[in-house]
Design a protein around this ligand. Structure first.
Ligand code: ZN
Length: 257
């Protein structure tokens, strides 16, 4: 099992070492902005490292949006982040499933498809895009798994990958028991697990991560999801080095890894 944490981007390898992590995830630019990533001085060290690197795209990025002013910059941002992530040897770029502003989710799925078509025309994606399930909203593309199935009908042929967030699934109203099989029946793959507990209750729609065993989720179900998926896991939990190191230790201990 490869287990790690979402960390500050200043020195991700030092953050990984401090947590005893075999994987790290970080942002390449301010997650609340449409800024393109800057080249990194530690690119070569990151590429050469034994630590698995994953990059999380900015939250603003929403290629499903029916609003041109959001969708067009989002497509461009997807490409600049994908290239910058590949440049440092990342194994995947995690992108939230996104949402549409009105009620017509069909437009959102079509827009996802167009984002992949745009990427193909623009030279292709240099690393896997891992679409992540989200916790909230009535018009989300990847909250409920019936919608995830419609999304995959639109993007599956482009080789899209999937990142399963346990907090988002629980708060989004999807049962964690047997969840890996249910996801794989739709996507055929799980590339990464975001191993988070949830402060919000089942189907609350609240995206509020908690340390494992502290929130509303039975940690055994998180461990079971990691095991069943065989995918690396990243904790996106509070408490800095201490909090995340404890979460990583809990996952290793309970999984016998
Ligand atoms: Zn997540």
């Amino acid at each position: 099992m490869r287990i790690g944490a979402h960390v500050d981007p200043a020195d991700p390898l030092a953050e990984a070492a401090a947590r005893g992590a075999e994987a790290v995830q970080f942002f390449l630019a301010d997650p609340q902005s449409y800024k393109n990533p800057e080249p990194r001085e530690d690119a070569e060290r990151l590429r050469a490292s034994d630590v698995d690197v994953f990059i999380h795209a900015p939250y603003r990025l929403n290629v499903a949006s029916t609003n041109n002013k959001i969708r067009i910059p989002s497509r461009k941002l997807l490409m600049t982040h994908a290239r910058a992530a590949a440049e440092i040897g990342a194994k995947g770029l995690i992108v939230h499933g996104g949402h549409v502003d009105g009620g017509d989710l069909a437009a959102g799925f079509a827009n996802w498809r167009k984002a992949f078509e745009y990427a193909e025309k623009d030279g292709g994606l240099p690393l896997p895009i891992l679409i992540e399930n989200t916790a909230g909203g009535e018009n989300a593309c990847a909250r409920r798994f019936d919608n995830l199935a419609r999304l995959w009908d639109a993007v599956g042929e482009f080789g899209a990958g999937f990142c399963l967030d346990t907090c988002h699934a629980f708060a989004g109203g999807e049962d964690l028991v047997g969840i890996v099989d249910r996801v794989k029946a739709i996507t055929g793959r799980i590339d990464l697990i975001h191993a988070n507990d949830s402060k919000g209750g089942f189907d609350s729609g609240q995206d509020r991560h908690d340390n494992l065993g502290n929130g509303k989720i039975d940690p055994e179900l998180v461990v079971a999801a990691i095991r069943a998926s065989g995918a690396p896991a990243i904790v996106e939990t509070p408490g800095g080095v201490e909090g995340q190191r404890a979460d990583i230790a809990l996952l290793r201990e309970r999984s016998g890894a």
